[in-house]
Write a protein that binds this ligand. Sequence first.
Ligand SMILES: *Cc1c(COP(=O)(O)O)cnc(C)c1O
Length: 480
Amino acid sequence: MQITLSSGKTIPMEMHKVRIVQQTWLHPIDRRHRAMQEAGFNTFLLRSRDIFLDMLTDSGTNAMSDNQLAAMMVSDDAYAGSESFFKLADAVKEMLGFALTIPVHQGRAAEHLIAKTFVKPGQACIMNYHFTTTKAHFEMAGGVVLELYQDEALKTQSDNPFKGDIDLDKLTKTIDELGAENVAFIRMEATTNLIGGQPFSMRNLQAVREICNQHNIMLVFDGSLLMENAFFIQQREQPERNVADIAREMMTMVDLYYMSARKGPAVRGGMIAMNDQALFDRLLPLVPLFEGFSTYGGMSTKEIEAMAVGLREMLSGDIAGSGAEMVAFFVRRMVEENLPVVTPAGGLACHVDVSRFLPHIPQTEYPAGALAAAFFLVSGVRGMERGTISTDRDIDGNDVPAGVELMRLALPRRVYTMSHIEYAVDRLKWLFEHRELVRGLTWISEPPVLRFFFGRLAPIGQWDVQLRKAFCTEFGDDAM
Ligand SMILES: *Cc1c(COP(=O)(O)O)cnc(C)c1O
């Protein structure tokens, strides 16, 4: 919800109160510098104890509600036939309309099972945009990932409300060229994570459904960020409807749904859901092999209970947009300070437009990774590189320059406050004023797949030392 103040300004308004808190520490820059060096200038390798505000991800880091915590106390740990599972299945049926549910341990586990079951070598997996784990799983199964986004999607400064739409002309053309039999499925990602949590429209989804019908192609739906996509449709396309209704209508167009429950439902888990028994029967044999028996799928039954509650809560009017509104505030503050940021605001994070923040660093020296390292150094805030480091090399071993270089500052839902956001914006502003001190990164050790997780890098020309000096000159040696 948003509240308009008497000044005419709007602010995000949390429709919850905080009753359990967790302490966090803001260490001096000396300690942050050592931590960054030990982490190989990769924010994934930092330890939590060294971090002030953790904006790495919104995955598994969201605050649960009192009702979710209460539900965990009554979980049923039966290995097979757990009552907790049936509560989840009921919530899925009621909120999303699917009769069949398969719990899995997280979103990528769903992708793994879907890839193994439905992707044949050489087949195209068509999508509006990829997600890192999605692409890795589909390619490992021999699939070819084709992203048919509109040209506007990669424009960082835009007022297009639906940058996550698939390009329908490209879609029809691609299917005609390939032949429908060479398409494994069309996958729609509800708010495209990697390009800033940008939504697609209901109209676009309806058109994709029609194309699927014409060609008898399966529509797979990644609903990890479903509540934000439904919220944006309500805000930007169908203001007369409520979010739960919109989500349910979206689901009527889907053959195979999967999600990470680590985002909206605020638990540690995931699921696959569908109405078609034949699809279920094809997936089922792999579930006990890779996840666990079909009524727990690798999840703790406590988390399954909390997921059932979380699924209902996430589509309620007061909660669905609450994360997105904090993100919108963050982005608006960035714009007010003339800091380069992706617009319009997406669902899960504020995305800093690194190509405009650090235009002097070529993509071969990983500007987004350099910015994430520099920002941690001057703030203790952990963000995530979403640029060329996050894109693995091609089969010939060449770096593939990312379409956009971003630093993602995710906002775990119901965790951070406006003060935290103001602090992050202020330190970014300081960094922007000293941006010429930041230089690129080079590899120390580089894994071949999903290198952004474990790769170690070093600053080219020890710019970290210069940056720290400038920071201490302004804020003092013990400066926070
Ligand atoms: C988070 C996410 C995933 C992967 O889910 P995990 O639970 O992290 O394995 C897949 N797709 C999208 C769009 C996501 O946001």
